[in-house]
Write a protein of this length. Structure first.
Length: 96
């Protein structure tokens, strides 16, 4: 099992509920279609910070999730709402 952890800073706090709603409505269904998907959790940390935690069977599958998330941010026009989404704030590793 492999996990991905992403951290997004500077998220527009006035639109946080919009982001969370769209994650549940459109992103999670896309991630569920990926082979090896085991779970996805979004953490609202306050002060414009969101973190996500994704679980996949292999590291390659976890890598593919980054492509899906990046495309989703662009497709939803959240590039300005999540200003540092293109930066590498992702960590990945094997779960024990």
């Amino acid at each position: 099992m492999h996990a991905t952890i992403r951290r997004y800073e500077g998220v527009d706090t006035t639109r946080m509920s919009e982001v969370v709603g769209q994650v549940n409505k459109t992103l999670v269904p896309q991630l569920r279609e990926l082979p090896g998907f085991s779970g996805y959790y979004l953490i609202e940390a306050g002060n414009g910070v969101l973190s996500s935690f994704g679980l996949f069977e292999t590291s390659e599958q976890a890598d593919e999730s980054k492509t899906v998330v990046t495309k989703w941010i662009s497709d939803e026009n959240f590039n300005t709402l999540i200003p540092n989404a293109a930066e590498d704030h992702e960590r990945q590793g094997r779960c024990a």
